[in-house]
Design a protein around this ligand. Structure first.
Ligand code: ATR
Length: 289
């Protein structure tokens, strides 16, 4: 994977911080893109437990690590550990990309743009639609803030009430649009899904290695529903399988992963990565698995 590195003492290190990270394809995708452009960069995925996140950022500064991606479950807590936050990431309340500019750590969020690009490419239009977002973590925040201007009703469903209620009330206040919070229970799906056009799963339920579980009972899905699951490993989650069998339109998380990753890559290196190559490489990896 690292055979593009020069015999250099200046290799630029980019990290991924998450917990867990065994599902992640980011290092494969980013390293192939660095190699393709002959860049002396290396991307390393590191499993950091929440208690050690602060020390991880001390290490980033001490080792002059040039950048990072932040994933589950650190996207919100990372706000505390950087020196500067882009206006969009501040509004969203979550960071998924960091750049180290001469010792100053700057945080941005590329999830929202990545998701919007993936939806646009799949011809999934949010305008006037009733959308239910499952989850209230960093990814849910990014998607909710970017979707709300287009949607009709927006509903947040989450296991932890505090988190879900906070997100719903923040959105209501900021966009002057009522956002409903509902607790994550099967009866909520029975009640609410019939009036929903687009269901977005931002939880980790169904992600590798627990690939046979779905956050939603199959019998609550209906054929007029579009299901967007932001999980990309596996490529087709149990939720997506169930939804396809019910006749729903279905989109997985691969393109969102690639587009948010490409935006991060451009910010770190000032170069555009080969998106097709990134996609092909991940597909090879996931299909062979
Ligand atoms: P990210 O920042 O990538 O969105 P996160 O902040 O860890 O990651 O958020 C993960 C989301 O998945 C949360 O909404 C979490 O619900 P809680 O707020 O209740 O923790 C949700 N999630 C993860 N595992 C879950 C499970 N087994 N059942 C229900 N929700 C789950």
């Amino acid at each position: 994977m690292f055979n593009h590195l020069k015999n250099s003492t200046r290799t630029n290190i980019i990290c991924l911080f998450g917990h867990p990270i065994e599902h992640s394809m980011s290092s494969i995708m980013q390293n192939v893109a660095f190699k393709d452009l002959g860049l002396d960069y290396v991307y390393i995925a590191i499993d950091i437990a929440p208690n050690n996140l602060k020390q991880a950022f001390d290490v980033v500064r001490a080792l002059d690590i040039k950048g990072a991606n932040i994933t589950v479950p650190h996207k919100e807590t990372t706000l505390k550990f950087v020196d500067e936050i882009s206006p969009l990431a501040r509004r969203i309340g979550a960071i998924n990309t960091i750049k180290n500019e001469n010792g100053r750590l700057i945080g941005r969020n590329t999830d929202a743009s990545g998701a919007k690009k993936a939806l646009k490419e799949a011809n999934i239009d949010l305008i006037g639609k009733n959308v239910l977002i499952l989850g209230a973590g960093g990814a849910a925040r990014a998607l909710a803030h970017s979707f709300i201007k287009d949607t009709n009703d927006l509903v947040i469903v989450n296991r932890t009430s505090n988190r879900g209620k906070t997100l719903a009330s923040e959105l209501t206040k900021e966009y002057h649009k009522k956002v409903l919070y509902m607790k994550f229970e099967n009866k909520v799906f029975e009640e609410k899904l019939p009036s929903i056009d687009i269901l977005v799963n931002t939880t980790t339920i169904g992600m590798f290695p627990d690939i046979h579980i779905s956050p939603i009972p199959k019998n609550s899905l209906h054929e007029d529903l579009t299901v967007f699951d932001i999980i990309y490993n596996p490529l087709e989650t149990q939720l997506m399988k169930n939804a396809s069998e019910k006749g729903c339109r279905v989109l997985g998380g691969l393109n969102m992963l690639i587009y948010q990753g490409a935006l991060s890559f451009e910010w770190w290196t000032n170069k555009s990565p080969n998106i097709e190559l990134m996609k092909r490489t991940i597909l090879n990896e996931l299909v062979v698995k």
